[in-house]
Write a protein that binds this ligand. Sequence first.
Ligand SMILES: *[C@@H]1O[C@H](CO)[C@@H](O)[C@H](O)[C@H]1NC(C)=O
Length: 450
Amino acid sequence: MDEEYDVIVLGTGLTECILSGLLSVEGKKVLHMDRNDYYGGDSASLNLTQLYRKFRPDQAPPAELGRDRDYAVDLIPKFIIASGELTKILVHTDVTRYLDFKQIAGSFVYRDGRISKVPSTEMEAVKSPLMGLFEKRRAKKFFEFLQGWRDEDPATHQGINLDKDSMKTVYEKFGLEPGTQDFIGHAMALYLDDDYITKPARETYSRVVLYTSSMARYGKSPYIYPLYGLGELPQSFARLSAIYGGTYMLDKAIDEIITDSDGNFVGVRSGSETVKAKQVIGDPSYFGAGKESEGGKIRVVEDGKVVRAICILKHPIPGTDDSDSVQIIIPQNQVNRRNDIYIAMVSSTHNVCAKDVYVAIVSTIVETDKPELEIAPGLQLLGPIYDKFVSVSPLYTPVSSGERDNIFITRSYDATSHFETVVEEVQDVWQRVTGEELKLKKREEASADK
Ligand SMILES: *[C@@H]1O[C@H](CO)[C@@H](O)[C@H](O)[C@H]1NC(C)=O
């Protein structure tokens, strides 16, 4: 290992794999290492044996759950927005050639104690049981306004300036109720909290339009999902990186991050070998996460916790028209919380479990010292639960941007059930590592550059 690299990437989670793939395409010399003997880190998908071994080492998987090889259970559940940023990266890098996708069959939201489909057009709004008669009319006008908006045509603006007026102003103009605002802001614009309401409406407008245009692509929901589980995603980006000369080393202990006397990155030590590079990118677990410090230096801090319950069901979720896969969002205000509760369910249609089994993951950001109680409103929607694996994971965040010492640490995966925040993280790390904004090049162009 005496070669010198441009970048060493530690950990093969999705964020790290997208970055190593994109950096390799840019012509950087990348070494990608993982302490595990499998790809994916926390973004891996597990078979039944691995799932029970992880959560319940003393118990073998029940025979009635079927064959081990039919299972690919995600540890961190997320769906891909059909017209979203991850799709753009997948298409531009041509990583889509390694993957098959299926749509998610339903997108639901919780309001006043029950779940309903998220309406995404003015036509669906008028049929939606989410709203009363008068509210439907107001929502119809609101959706017509969004769909009709043309930047260059002031007649479509109805007196609103998207760049100056807040979303509050827009909601008030159409007279929308707080419960309606909840599903627009959280189940369509996918905001994590209500801060957006006082900000200029443009961003919310763009997010709602992304939701509706993604919905229009496949019809049932705006989300798609890779066959055989999310673990396929990091592996596909690793393949991309390898094609562009990236070197992979799995099952490699990372014993030390070596720095010079100023604390700047020099290399990585594994056993008695040291490998040097200009920069290092890695997930928090390689930089002393969960420990007081490493080499006397604190590089990551805990910034909250996320609770996730992987639930095995023998039936589709009640009230979802027997959908084989769904997302359900419980907006924070609906259950007196500060963070939304997310439910992501997939099944054998996506080749992630045996026939007649459904895997639903309920997650949220922890607010109290009783995390399992916090997800109760989500668990209650599932009907009888055959088996349940609950975990509470710390969310780590780096203490510095890495621009000074060339040590770039990614954040832990949040509780959202879609990938938009993962892509924001990729864009942010890319900007810090390269000093430039991430601009997607087509893979063909990239190879022609070489
Ligand atoms: C499931 O995982 C275990 C442990 O990694 C492995 O030994 C086994 O081969 C896997 N089963 C299948 C069917 O892939």
